[in-house]
Design a protein around this ligand. Structure first.
Ligand code: NI
Ligand code: MN
Length: 225
């Protein structure tokens, strides 16, 4: 399995026979190396309804007939745009052909903000646990620190955790380092920083705060299991 990072919260997982994209915010993401026309995901998984996470989901899903996995409200909204969806919700796990997905809690917002000065309710934001090819990957989505990360870590042996460090909208570096300890993650990769001025951070300083292994990934970098 190849796991790559593509700026902001975009993570790609290539399993034996499938490509999974998490939070595919490509157009408007100055830190990504991806182009919408080059991506052919079989599956797209969304943490929440904010524009910097839903990103190019509709275009990608329609072009590639991708399955979009999202919380019930967001999945329903996307199904109205004729996207193939699988709705889930917090605490629930489901076995897909590529592996198992479990939705975990996240403390954040999840409204989709439209051009027409409207905010559409998209359900609760979530984090993701992915059990694929014998490894457990946690993508925290956008969230503040919460002590139940200890519970997530107790119940799931996390091999790799993607944690937001940008501060302002999510955990900052110090809270994210505490999150890493709570989760007992074997390895941590920082995400959701430097995309916008209020979330400027030095990821190397974050990695120095970690008790476990940390890795700063640039757009396109790959971790292989
Ligand atoms: Ni958000
Ligand atoms: Mn965000």
């Amino acid at each position: 399995m190849k796991i790559s990072y593509h700026g902001h919260s975009v993570v790609k997982i290539k399993t034996k026979d499938q490509t999974i994209l998490i939070d595919p915010f490509i157009n408007g993401n100055e830190l990504t190396d991806l182009k919408v026309e080059d991506e052919h995901p079989d599956v797209i998984i969304l943490t929440h309804g904010h524009n910097d996470h839903v990103g190019d989901t509709v275009e990608l899903a329609k072009k590639n007939d991708s399955l979009v996995i999202a919380n019930h409200e967001l999945a329903t909204y996307l199904s109205w745009q004729l996207v193939k969806t699988h709705p889930m919700h917090i605490g629930g796990a489901y076995e897909f052909d590529f592996g198992k997905v479990k939705f975990t809690q996240a403390f954040h917002g999840s409204g989709l903000i439209t051009d027409g000065n409207e905010i559409i309710y998209m359900g609760m934001p979530a984090g993701l646990l992915l059990m694929i090819e014998g490894k457990t990957i946690y993508h925290a989505g956008d969230t503040g620190l919460f002590s139940d990360m200890k519970l997530i870590g107790e119940r799931h042996p996390i091999d790799l955790a993607f944690l937001p460090i940008g501060d302002n909208f999510t955990m900052g570096p110090e809270d994210a380092a505490t999150a890493a300890s709570f989760l007992q993650a074997k390895k941590v990769v920082p995400i959701h920083y430097n995309t916008f001025p209020p979330i400027k951070q030095d990821p190397n300083k974050f990695v120095e705060l970690l008790e476990c292994e940390g890795q700063v990934m640039n757009a396109g970098d790959v971790i292989e299991y």
